[in-house]
Design a protein around this ligand. Sequence first.
Ligand code: NAP
Ligand code: GLV
Length: 329
Amino acid sequence: MKAKVYITRRLPDRIIEKLEDQFEIRMWKEENVPVPREVLEREVTEIDGLFCLLTESIDKSLLDKAKNLKIVSNMAVGYNNIDIEAASQRGIMVTNTPGVLTETTADLTFALLLATARRIVESSDYLRGGKWETWSPMQLTGQDINGATLGIIGLGRIGEAVAKRAKGFDMNVLYYNRARKYEAEETLGITYYDFDDLLKESDFICIMTPYSPETKNLIDRDQLSKMKNNAILINTARGGIVNEEALYEALKSGRIWGAGLDVFVEEPVSLEHPLLTLPNVVALPHIGSASIKTRLRMAELAADNLIDALNNEIPKYLVNTGLVVSKEN
Ligand code: NAP
Ligand code: GLV
């Protein structure tokens, strides 16, 4: 009998076909509407594998309903939408899609940095809004990127890829990470700073850590108060890492200069959100990894993880690796 798999959003045909070859598939067929919770709760009861997105909360109460579930395959590198401990306790594997999205997400992070510093969106709206009447010396002036100091918080795969781009723009690159990365310092020509000093010295601050209890509100009033008043904060990691209320106050009062945000605490962000009222915020709808090639690779990888797990192999990108160790013992 074929294993049963539920897919929480319409996937490209070639990925569906690949999964259909091996499994009995059911899928939420919408592309732009997430699967309702009650549907997911119903579907999860009998399945062996779940292919999900970062929009689904895979929590204890959902996992409790799953009688046969062996794997949750998340089509994202971040997995803060999944209760890893609860999955591990129930012997359920959790996988993610690291690596294949690194360069694409670094491109977007850098694009957001450039757009915020040089007021690209605001300038485009200015032109289209019929406000461009003449060239003027200080009209729509922004911040220089070349020669500025960039502080990267979380020097992982994407953090390093952002650092590489920054060096091409002649930036001075500082980083803070839990563990110091001597090899990256050497190869990328970047400098380790402690957290507070990085906040004080950087013209641009780029958040690149995962979201976890440890990084929740990592950037709050106190951290914003240490930044330069020309500082630009870029967050393409996860919304809750920055306290949005504190960020709004810092941007509104001119405590810092601007912010580029691809991620929000609540997604999709409400159009009533105070941050969206500010001209010095560039806001994007969580498109860090959104190139055609990369999204296809992520879907492919998530499918491969699922296939491995349901064929009793260890998936390449297993998050809860302790599970396998404890099964082997
Ligand atoms: P990664 O390689 O695991 O890098 C994360 C880095 O953050 C690691 O170097 C880690 O250090 C560091 N870190 C973790 N907790 C920290 C803390 N409390 N303080 C300082 N540093 C800390 O992950 P990645 O592939 O670069 O992805 C990073 C995150 O980007 C993902 O988790 C996801 O949330 C986000 N993302 C967003 C998009 C988007 O579409 N906007 C796309 C892709 C990824 P250690 O070495 O000490 O663990
Ligand atoms: C996207 O945000 C991801 O974590 O892959």
